[in-house]
Design a protein around this ligand. Structure first.
Ligand code: SF4
Length: 325
């Protein structure tokens, strides 16, 4: 299948100064991430806050430059793209954020919010107006809302508008950053169903960033699990959820409410230790302070990604022995 996004040895390091001291602290927010996303796929990216997943989204949106490696989008290397290629890419990747307030200007009507990206790309007003009407229909909202202001709409409606706006430029890829976290449970499924419908109608590719495993299970084909700047596990969603390989993923699943109700009696492995921080990265495998399987070797040496026979990828020494079976 055709690759639409490829991250190759992607790195985003930066320095911050802490408190009043002038000492600079080195942060490795993305540390050597490799990921290939196929056209029409829905990829979930799961991780706790501070795992680097938001930085990854910012790099993909070209809001921040990587410090190493590359992002290849439809064959074009983002770090080397010409101005024209960049302009085209901006129309091809759209984003929907968690908080509708950061998607929409409170002083703009729905019509103006949706039209803005089109006008900015030089579309005549009349055509833009029609496109805005069409895209409102796509997100199954009545056109009478075109003259509404954000404060007059519910959270679910606002998220539909944000999606309509993301769609107007006919993107190929949508980055959905916690698309349902700010919504009531009852509305979440509606928005996820809408996203699934749109994905199917337009053959879109989604990268869904979330800490919510229910969202991942509901929507994504494959899931990447991120921990302290690295992708520690990547594989088909059901595989990763039902048969997690990395000890961190195992802990995530055990601590999550989507646990199989029949498994209630199973002794749960609850993750020990604090969630870790990008600012004070543990040596060797970053997960070792919390890992029940950690050995001395884990403290000293970082593991390498291992591709298991079923295609599932895992970044843990435990699997070194099964490599190449
Ligand atoms: Fe645990 Fe070692 Fe695997 Fe890290 S490499 S997850 S510490 S077993």
């Amino acid at each position: 299948s055709e690759e639409v996004i490829e991250l190759k040895n992607l790195k985003k390091y930066f320095t911050i100064s802490k408190g009043i001291s002038t000492k600079k602290i080195y942060v490795k927010a993305i540390d050597d991430v490799n990921l290939k996303i196929n056209k029409g796929e829905i990829i979930g990216l799961v991780g706790e806050s501070g795992s680097g997943k938001t930085t990854l989204a910012r790099v993909l949106l070209n809001l921040t430059k990587p410090t190493g490696g590359s992002v290849v989008f439809n064959g074009v290397n983002l770090t080397k793209a010409t101005r024209n290629e960049m302009k085209k890419l901006r129309t091809e990747v759209a984003v929907v954020f968690q908080d509708p307030a950061s998607n929409l200007n409170p002083r703009d009507t729905v019509m103006n919010s949706i039209m803005r990206p089109l006008i900015l790309h030089g579309m005549p007003k009349k055509t833009a107006r029609q496109k805005a009407i069409d895209s409102l229909e796509l997100v199954k909202m009545d056109v009478r809302y075109l003259n509404s202001y954000p404060h007059q709409l519910s959270g679910g409606q606002l998220q539909r508008i944000a999606i309509a706006r993301a769609l107007v430029l006919n993107p190929k890829v949508m980055i959905l950053d916690e698309p349902t976290s700010a919504l009531d449970i009852s509305v979440q499924a509606q928005i996820l169903n809408l996203l699934l419908d749109l994905q199917e109608s337009f053959g879109l590719t989604y990268l869904v960033i979330t800490h919510d495993l229910n969202v991942i299970r509901y929507i994504s084909d494959r899931v990447a699990v991120m921990y302290l700047g690295k992708i520690v596990e990547f594989g088909p969603t059901e595989e990763v959820i039902n048969n997690p390989k990395h000890p961190y993923t195992e802990g995530l699943m055990a601590a999550s409410p989507i646990m199989d109700p029949h498994d209630r009696d199973k002794e749960k492995y609850i993750m020990q230790g604090d969630p870790g921080s990008l600012i004070n990265l543990p040596s060797g495998c970053h997960f070792h302070p919390r890992c029940p399987y950690a050995s001395e070797h884990c403290k000293e040496e970082s593991p390498q990604i291992i591709v298991l026979p079923d295609g599932h990828q895992v970044d843990c020494h435990k699997y070194a022995a099964v490599k190449n079976i």
